[in-house]
Design a protein around this ligand. Structure first.
Ligand code: CUK
Ligand code: CUA
Ligand code: CA
Length: 641
């Protein structure tokens, strides 16, 4: 299917589509629906679709009431700057974790605690309120997810957020200095020198846009002063450990299972300022970092700093790294404007998708390390396959059985290909058939991921395809369509499309992992909050000049204070502790006309600060349904003139 065909309205399928909505909605979107572009196929009722031997149940996506999903999915929320939590295979959205952008449900960006994480200006207002999150990844141990943390990026303002996977909340956000267009992230999977550290301690971050360093406005017309940096953030402290100055740009990021290598694909090695310039060269690069050497250079003090930033920056440019035996970086040549770099679960290869080249490039990590050790003369020899797969390859997922699945943006297709066969073909065995299967998806897929894909425990069950358009897949809702995320069964030789899910734009990346890898807690402990009011008797109003502290507790169906009095002009900090201990017994706290609303989960404490500038009586009320007397759960805030 060509891009042109894809973009044409499909009038002929109107009937089929209607049937599809009716039957599929009833049948829970089970069966082989619409895996070709033919309306007849789309209309096939799931009940008449024979089960496919060896496949996960074709009805797997339709869970009976009360049945739980077997996988979690963590989805980047795109412009909403949150992380979305899905249950799979059902595709049900379970939760949204606000990070970069205020969120009205929990009071993210309203409470002092969340504002401190998000970052504020001198006047106490939020530093940023927009975001563009693309990538989400989780922490590793022994090559598998360990359920501690997940991370998500904000491309606009160069921020990385960490999610605690025990409470499914964001606990830290770091703004990376000296960069713009922060795109790829990937946690490391081990330490490069200490084998005892077989878990994530670093997160590598690629910056897409080159900017003058320092960016003071002085060198705007001097492209030679523009640079892009690769950044290492400490997984625990979330502080920036160091940066590497590079030639070209960074895009996406991958890390090796032994911790020795990190890499980023580069689409603008030309350092073009206009898009024509960015695609003028036939080849770009996949840039490798020798992590141990980079860190040794930082330790040895071989770094500079830029502007106000104290972060050490080591030199990873081509010119400074010609000698393999001391090089910090290695620029492996790959075809035109690659997109995406992914690590295979057998720990052997990084795969770059071609985007403007119809190829995928397989780079053998052992050979890159040989080059750094002076044992491989030509770095190009680390490329063990560069094979055609289709038009517009972007991202790649894996099944743990030696197969890779690459999105073909222009072909609107998933291609399943065998990595070993591709290597044989590239080596000259033209009988090696590396393309195993193709599946049309709807429409223009970007990201793809499979269950446990980029772990040693890749299980080859489900694959989610993030389609950039939904066209006619859902009821129209005005000019902006939802996007279409499709779930595909990859347990057999053939890919089988299982379901469509509408998603609010504009998400990008996601990961899918087994549900028992996380152990969520459902009740906080009071001790986690220094401000907690542990006994309702300690509630009350404490005044120190114009500064007033109001302490209160909540226990369904009452707040510990029936009323509290303030004076006009007071700077009020209201601290609310929820003393209820039962999971899901969450209370809300809203103050009319004061633009305050937030929640406190069981045993949680949160606070807000505001100026009592409007005299009057204000009924502060509980906004989260908690009790038969939920509507009665109120307190009076009296502001005296
Ligand atoms: S990029 Cu979005 S489809 Cu930001 Cu991961 Cu490739
Ligand atoms: Cu407390 Cu509703
Ligand atoms: Ca290019």
């Amino acid at each position: 299917m060509s891009q042109d065909q894809q973009l044409k309205p499909k009038a002929a399928s109107a009937m089929g589509r209607r049937t599809f909505i009716n039957t599929a909605a009833l049948a829970g979107l089970g069966g082989v629906v619409a895996c070709t572009d033919k309306p007849t196929s789309a209309a096939t009722p799931a009940a008449s679709t024979p089960a496919i031997a060896g496949h996960a149940s074709a009805n797997a996506t339709h869970l009976k009431p009360g049945e739980l999903d077997t996988y979690y999915g963590l989805w980047s929320g795109g412009h909403t700057g949150d992380m979305r939590v899905l249950g799979l295979p059902s595709g049900r959205e379970l939760h949204r974790i606000p990070c970069f952008v205020p969120d009205a449900l929990v009071g993210w960006g309203i409470t002092n605690e969340s504002k401190k994480i998000m970052g504020t200006k001198a006047d106490g207002s939020l530093k940023y309120t927009v975001a563009d999150s693309h990538h989400t990844h989780a922490s590793y141990k022994d090559g598998n997810y360990d359920g501690r943390y997940a991370w998500i990026n904000d491309k606009i303002n160069g921020r990385i957020a960490r999610i605690r996977l025990d409470y499914f909340t964001c606990d830290k956000i770091t703004e990376i200095p000296n960069i713009q267009g922060f795109h790829g992230i990937f946690p490391d999977k081990a330490d490069p020198v200490d084998p005892a550290i077989n878990y994530t301690t670093r997160v590598f971050c690629g910056a897409e846009f080159a900017i003058p360093l320092p960016n003071t406005g002085a060198d705007a017309d001097k492209p030679e002063k523009y640079h892009s940096l690769f950044t290492c953030v400490d997984a625990e402290s979330m502080e920036v450990r160091y940066q590497v100055l590079i030639d070209g740009n960074c895009d996406l990021t991958a890390t090796s299972y032994d911790g020795k290598l990190a890499a980023t694909n580069q689409y603008n090695t030309e350092m073009g300022v206009k898009y024509e310039d960015m695609m003028s060269a036939e080849r770009d690069a996949c840039l490798f970092f020798n992590v141990a050497r980079v860190e040794a250079a930082v330790k040895a003090g071989k770094f500079k700093t830029y502007g106000d930033s104290k972060v050490p920056v080591v030199d990873g440019t081509r010119e400074a790294n010609k000698d393999a035996k001391t090089a910090l970086t290695a620029y492996v040549s790959v075809p035109k404007n690659p997109h995406g770099v992914n690590a295979s679960p057998d720990a052997k290869y990084f795969i770059c998708a071609g985007k403007l080249s119809p190829t995928v490039t397989v780079i053998e990590l052992a050979k890159v390390l040989d080059w750094f050790d002076g044992k491989l003369e030509k770095l190009d020899a680390a490329v063990v396959a560069e094979v055609e797969v289709g038009l517009g390859p972007l991202h790649t997922a894996f099944d743990g059985r030696g197969n890779a699945y690459t999105t073909l943006f222009l072909d609107s297709q998933m291609v399943k290909w065998n990595v070993d066969a591709a290597i044989k073909f590239h080596a000259g065995d033209k009988t090696a058939k590396y393309v195993v299967d193709r599946l049309d998806v709807q429409y223009q897929p970007g990201h793809v991921n499979a269950s446990q894909s980029e772990t040693r425990a890749a299980d080859g069950k489900y694959m989610a395809v993030g389609c950039k358009f939904s066209k006619d897949r859902f009821l129209p809702v005005g000019p902006l369509h939802p996007e279409n995320e499709q779930l595909v069964d990859i347990s057999g030789d053939k890919m089988v499309l299982l379901a469509d899910h509408p998603v609010r734009g504009e998400p990008h990346d996601f990961i899918i992992f087994k549900r028992d890898l996380v152990r969520p807690k459902q009740v906080y402990t009071l001790d986690e909050f220094p401000l907690a009011t542990k006994d309702p008797k300690d509630s009350g109003v404490v005044r120190s000049g114009k500064k007033v502290t109001v302490r209160m507790t909540s226990q369904a169906p009452a707040f510990s204070l029936r009323e509290f009095k303030l004076k006009k002009g007071d700077e009020v900090t209201l601290i609310l502790t929820n003393l209820d201990k039962v999971e899901d017994l969450t209370h809300g706290f809203a103050i009319p006309k004061y633009n305050v609303n937030f929640i406190v989960n069981p045993q949680e404490t949160a606070s807000v600060t505001f100026i009592a500038d409007k005299p009057g009586v204000y009924w502060c009320y509980c906004t989260h349904f908690c009790h038969a007397l939920h509507l009665e759960m109120r307190t009076r805030m009296i502001v005296e003139a």
